[in-house]
Design a protein around this ligand. Structure first.
Ligand SMILES: Nc1ncnc2c1ncn2[C@@H]1O[C@H](COP(=O)(O)OP(=O)(O)OP(=O)(O)O)[C@@H](O)[C@H]1O
Ligand SMILES: [Mg+2]
Length: 348
């Protein structure tokens, strides 16, 4: 059998992994899936802060899920990762990559020496001053990438790649019907919302918004003095309810509206910004993923506010599933999209 690859998503709430055979081919097959919870404090806002603890969690995950490969692709995509449009003089890609530190100092929220860079070229253009390439610059805090890699290595795994989560999502969603055409791919997690405008599967614009579902829960806890468990349950049950709200639930719904409203506004502003800045044309739909996108009423509110239809992503429909991957108890594929996207497209 061909070698398999495991995509590993170190999310703010848990680690998820998906093993794929034929990852680089047109017909990838999901072989096994698994998730593991990580003790509180080991991961903060999607970044590994205790590599040993996370390494141990990964070891546990490999022994329980019985993955057949140690070759992993890791994701980066928290709010300390920057993705910006950048235009540079046309050169071979390795030279563009080398020149990045000189182009980006002003754009970065950190010193160049503390960052790692990549460049995703989109299109070339002849300008008066010469040929240029428009593309997406990705800059991540070196330390974040290194701690993720060291956690994986401590677990005896062999990282074969690190990829930007929005790129992984684009690769995956472009295989689905909803991902065709001019779309927004919106993955709403606990701490981070990944925003991509893609045209026919090619990312044109990427933003990582440092907001997600846990901001709603935290606001209910801090403003209303509820326990975290109650706040989480109330959030999931009430969502953006508009009708028939019981009197005692009104303050909770107000907080949910308030905090979710900020996120929706941020998404709408980003969409307007892209519309003004880039020639992508009108957007056909928003494809939502991430567990926080399950908030009742969110899809309708987002669609009302942006005037763009909103659909829920079904990425697992686009790949074959082996029996061994289907029958894992308690795993819901709605949480595995990033891990699957990371594995797909990686060369086996
Ligand atoms: N049914 C639901 N309704 C509303 N919110 C939900 C529901 N289920 C889960 N959530 C929220 O989804 C969030 C977790 O989403 P997800 O699992 O996609 O995040 P993550 O990948 O762990 O984090 P991140 O992507 O930010 O690193 C939590 O804030 C949780 O409260
Ligand atoms: Mg996530």
């Amino acid at each position: 059998m061909a070698k398999t690859i495991v995509g590993v998503d170190i999310g703010a709430t848990s680690i998820r992994a998906v093993e794929v055979a034929g990852a680089g081919t047109a017909k990838p097959t999901v072989v096994r899936v698994g998730t593991v919870d990580v003790p509180e404090g080991a991961i903060k806002r999607g970044e590994v802060v205790e590599p040993n603890t996370v390494g141990n969690a990964l070891k546990r995950l490999w022994s329980t899920a019985k993955f057949g490969s140690k070759h992993v692709v890791l994701g980066v995509g928290n709010q300390r990762v920057l993705a910006r449009d950048l235009t540079v003089p046309q050169q071979p890609l390795p030279l563009i990559r080398e020149s990045l530190p000189f182009h980006v100092q002003d754009l970065l929220p950190m010193p160049v020496s503390e960052a790692v860079f990549d460049f995703y070229p989109l299109r070339a253009e002849q300008q008066e001053q010469g040929a240029v390439v428009h593309g997406i610059l990705v800059a991540a805090v070196k330390e974040t990438v290194m701690t993720n890699l060291s956690a994986a290595r401590l677990a005896g795994l062999k990282p074969i790649g690190v990829d930007l989560i929005p790129f992984a999502l684009t690769r995956l969603m472009s295989r689905t019907e909803a991902g065709q055409g001019r779309v927004v791919l919106l993955d709403i997690g606990a701490e981070t919302t990944s925003f991509v405008v893609a045209v026919d599967g090619i990312p044109q614009f990427v933003r990582l918004i440092g907001m997600g579902g846990s901001d709603v829960t935290r606001a209910i806890v801090s403003r209303l003095g509820m326990s975290e468990t109650d706040a989480e349950a109330a959030k999931r049950a009430l969502g953006l309810t508009t009708q028939g709200v019981r009197e005692e639930h009104r303050p909770i719904v107000e907080v949910i509206y308030d905090v979710t409203g900020e996120l929706i506004t941020s998404v709408r502003n980003t969409i307007s910004f892209v519309g003004n800045a880039q020639s992508v044309g009108s957007l056909e739909r928003i494809v939502m993923s991430g567990n926080a996108s399950r908030l009742p009423g969110l899809a309708a509110a987002l669609s009302d506010f942006t005037r763009i239809p909103v659909v829920v992503a079904e990425p697992f429909d686009s790949v074959a599933m082996k029996g061994s991957a289907k029958k894992v108890d308690g795993i819901d594929t709605g949480s595995l999209q990033v891990a699957l996207g990371l594995a797909i497209g990686a060369a086996a």
